[in-house]
Design a protein around this ligand. Structure first.
Ligand code: SF4
Length: 373
């Protein structure tokens, strides 16, 4: 099968005990049948610990409380791996942060930015988000879709290419205009497909983008809306255990947005001033949105939910901006490590929880749907 992978996919190296954001904390770890079969053969003390961690092999997950994994050592390493080797640990841990999507005709491979080292690589490569092709490799995963309509998949690839075309231009004007253009085009796509048409019934994205003008409300989004995003399930007691650093940042984000509630223009000015003083931030946010589209836009192959998919990308891009603003209250110039930490902390919590994304999308739809379509 053809493999399309982000060009720096093979550069990933886990930082192990030096990672400021270990992935052995804050996750439910899904287990597959092979994992459970391997664990069942284990005897002695380790066998007993595995028995306990998997509810006597009845659960298809470990670390249900999403606190610290019971096999995480004080030195920040995995004792399953230390004792039994890399092939013994659950597939989810073995493959993390590699992100695979097999669309039946090809497989795409990315590094998930919820890993600190992957987020660092992303920042080092924000100007190089190209995919490279490998021929005839075995896919790493089973197909993620039941759809086999090749023409539709090709159309989605073309639309994604069009959306990504504006990435190179890091100028603020194009960034302000790009998000409303992508969202409104996605609304058009969803309505068109729902009526039995297809993308050819719409003008090319380039023309649509050129027609977007006037006030751009989607970047940065309105301060009261950003505050509502923070006040979802992402900000709850559980975060204290699974991501204490994120909780601290969210607390500060609530206080920052609270201060600007009566001064929305002041908030927009503060966001723009941060982008001016940290010249890497705008291209980074532009690329963050592009990377999101790479990873998730093709899920429309299964769901046809163009509107929701692109809205969530816009929400997440704005949340990274808000958290960067929050962080910069303590430290004016943000380093690459600061930004990698913000991205990995946020992505880890927001991207793997449907309750959080559902609520954020609901808030977004109530405010923006009518004005943007
Ligand atoms: S978050 Fe990434 S770099 Fe850190 S321990 Fe996990 S895989 Fe390694």
């Amino acid at each position: 099968m053809k493999i399309h992978k982000i060009s720096w996919f093979d550069d990933f190296k886990c930082m192990g005990g030096d990672c400021p954001q270990t992935c052995c904390r804050g996750w439910l770890i899904p287990l597959d049948e092979d994992d459970l079969e391997r664990f069942k053969c284990e005897k002695g003390l380790l066998g007993i610990r595995l028995l306990a961690a998997t509810g006597a092999y009845t659960r298809t997950r470990m670390n249900s409380g999403s606190g610290e994994c019971t096999f995480h050592t004080r030195e920040g390493l995995c004792c399953l791996q230390l004792k039994k080797g890399h092939d013994f640990i659950p597939w989810a841990c073995r493959s993390f942060p590699r992100f695979y999507r097999n669309y039946g005709y090809f497989e795409e491979r990315y590094l998930d930015l919820s890993c600190f080292a992957a987020a660092r690589l992303f920042i080092e490569n924000i100007r190089d988000l190209s995919l490279v092709e490998d021929e005839d490799e075995e896919p790493a995963t089973r197909p993620c879709t039941t759809n086999d309509d090749k023409k539709y998949l090709d159309a989605l690839l073309k639309i994604r290419r069009d959306f990504l075309m504006f990435r190179e231009d890091g100028s603020s004007g194009s960034c302000w205009a790009r998000l409303p253009a992508i969202y409104s085009y996605s609304c058009g796509l969803q309505d068109t497909y729902a009526k039995g048409g297809d993308h050819r019934d719409l003008p090319p994205f380039h023309d649509h983008m050129a027609s977007i003008n006037g006030e751009y409300h989607l970047f940065p989004m309105k301060v009261h809306v950003l505050r509502e995003f923070v006040d979802t399930a992402i900000y709850n007691f559980g975060v204290k255990k699974s991501g204490p650093k994120l909780l601290e940042l969210l607390n500060e984000a609530l206080s920052l947005t609270g201060r600007y509630l009566s001064d929305p223009a002041g908030f927009t000015a503060a966001a723009r001033s941060l982008l001016d003083t940290n010249e890497k931030l705008l291209p980074l946010l532009n690329s963050y949105m592009s990377y999101y589209l790479y990873q998730y836009f093709l899920s429309a192959y299964e769901t046809y939910s163009f509107r929701r998919i692109t809205a969530l990308g816009i929400i997440h891009t704005n949340m990274i901006l808000l958290l960067a603003m929050t962080y910069s209250e303590k430290k004016q110039r943000l380093t690459d490590d600061d930004l990698a930490l913000i991205i990995s902390l946020y992505n880890r919590k927001a991207f793997f929880n449907e309750t959080i994304e559902d609520k954020m999308y609901l808030i977004f739809s109530e405010v923006y749907s009518h004005s943007m379509v």
